[in-house]
Design a protein. Structure first.
Length: 212
């Protein structure tokens, strides 16, 4: 699938859009998908009350359910296991990585409050419950501020992002694939976790990352 980038990102309702991340000058590839309503209805009340923090390396010769046994305890466990396995397979195909770091967690804090770029080659993020990742096209970023941001997150974000109207918001279900600082020949894609504490929200988030 060939995707014409808009600025430095490509968005489409098909999973093949993730392959576009290999294109020169592209920092983000976004698969706009909608989760099945029955899955959402099962996961939302569970996320509101549950605690979960998985951080594991999935080696090339291991299936995801053998490494992440917690998948069996989730609502809609069969769907979740299959979805994580599908995303892992596609991430490996795009990145060429055999070993992948997988995190799956319920988040209730304002983690990663500043806009930043990750020190990996590639990272995939999808939010099953709650607001998705916020990300910013390259034209709206002041890289000189990003390199040494103010300590205060509010001030840092105000100075890093030239125009707050440029900030994009992933939806629950969207799959966001982004380049990190270790991707050869490209600056890292700038993003952050959405603030949720003041709204009393919880998120269920899957992240897949190359180990370098």
């Amino acid at each position: 699938m060939t995707v014409a980038p808009r600025n430095d990102f490509a968005i489409a309702p098909d999973p093949e859009v993730l392959d576009a991340i290999r294109q020169r000058g592209l920092h983000f590839a976004v698969w706009r998908r909608r989760l099945d309503a029955t899955v959402t209805q099962a996961l939302e009340p569970w996320t509101a009350r549950a605690s979960l923090e998985v951080d594991a390396i999935v080696r090339g010769d291991r299936s995801v359910d053998r490494v992440v046994s917690e998948l069996a305890t989730l609502p809609a466990s069969a769907w979740m296991t299959a979805d994580v396995a599908r995303l892992l397979a596609r991430f490996r195909a795009v990145s060429g990585a055999s070993d992948v770091r997988l995190t799956l967690a319920v988040r209730r804090t304002d983690a990663c409050r500043k806009f930043h770029a990750d020190f990996v080659r590639l990272r995939l993020i999808t939010t099953y419950v709650g607001p998705g990742t916020e990300w910013v096209p390259a034209h709206a970023i002041r890289r000189e501020i990003l390199a040494a941001p103010p300590e205060c997150p509010r001030e840092a974000n105000r100075r890093i992002v030239r125009d707050r109207r440029a900030i994009r918001h992933a939806r629950a279900g969207d799959v966001l694939l982004l380049k990190g600082e270790h991707y050869e020949g490209a600056p890292g894609a700038v993003h952050r976790s959405p603030p949720i504490v003041e709204r009393g929200l919880a998120r269920l988030v899957l992240t897949l990352s190359t180990c370098t």
